[in-house]
Design a protein around this ligand. Structure first.
Ligand SMILES: Cc1cc2nc3c(=O)[nH]c(=O)nc-3n(C[C@H](O)[C@H](O)[C@H](O)COP(=O)(O)O)c2cc1C
Length: 190
């Protein structure tokens, strides 16, 4: 199990969000922690069916990769949700995966409580276009009683984040915040 799992919701692996993730992950690695990036585009994630069979029979009828990805999220010390902004919203890939948490709702409620969480957003028009998505993530994380330790909302388009040094630094700073929060939680537990 990796210490930190990043849910990567862009259609481009090495686009703006991908570059921000890489900078954050490099910083995390320099502090001795491991990051695993779940690039959603590479997985088969079906829309939620709301069939209710999971409640009756404890299993899901949609045979896709969602449960494997959820297990990685549940097992991590911290989860980072990273998505480009599409029409003031997270990408469809991200939202489709988030809906699937409902398929493991009871387990999610137990295993996500107090888990460290952060958010990375990239938008052509910057933070103003990220407000609704920040609120949505805040409510989602509150719903599962996770600890929202920070976000970055970066103005970027067509891969130009690579030359935005302040944005790359903010991604590394987010990595530092996450590592410090993990170390604090570990010291409270021991
Ligand atoms: C379908 C679509 C909708 C978009 N909607 C917005 C938007 O509402 N506001 C905004 O600032 N940028 C919008 N963008 C631009 C992307 O958020 C931006 O280019 C982002 O940096 C892409 O990140 P990526 O390289 O990680 O995919 C949109 C892009 C696409 C493809």
């Amino acid at each position: 199990m990796s210490d930190i799992v990043v849910v990567h919701g862009s259609r481009k692996k090495d686009g703006n969000t991908g570059t921000l993730i890489k900078n954050m992950a490099d910083c995390i690695k320099s502090r001795g922690f491991e990051t695993e990036v779940l690039f959603l585009q590479e997985y088969n994630i079906r829309f939620i069916g709301q069939c209710g069979i999971c409640y009756q029979e404890g299993k899901c009828m949609a045979s896709d990769d969602s449960f494997q990805l959820l297990e990685k999220c549940f097992g991590a010390k911290a989860i980072v949700f990273s998505t480009p902004i599409y029409y003031y919203s997270p990408s469809g890939q991200m939202k489709t995966f988030m809906d699937r948490f409902f398929c493991k709702h009871e387990e999610a409620a137990k295993r996500l409580e107090n888990k460290i969480a952060a958010v990375i957003l990239a938008a052509e028009f910057g933070e103003d276009h990220c407000q609704e998505t920040i609120s949505m993530f805040r409510r989602f994380l509150e719903f599962y009683k996770m600890r929202f330790v920070g976000y970055i909302a970066v103005k970027a388009t067509r891969g130009d984040v690579v030359s935005n040094h302040a944005a790359l630094q903010s991604a590394r700073d987010l990595g530092t915040t996450i590592v410090n929060q993990i170390l604090d939680s570990d010291s409270v537990r021991s």
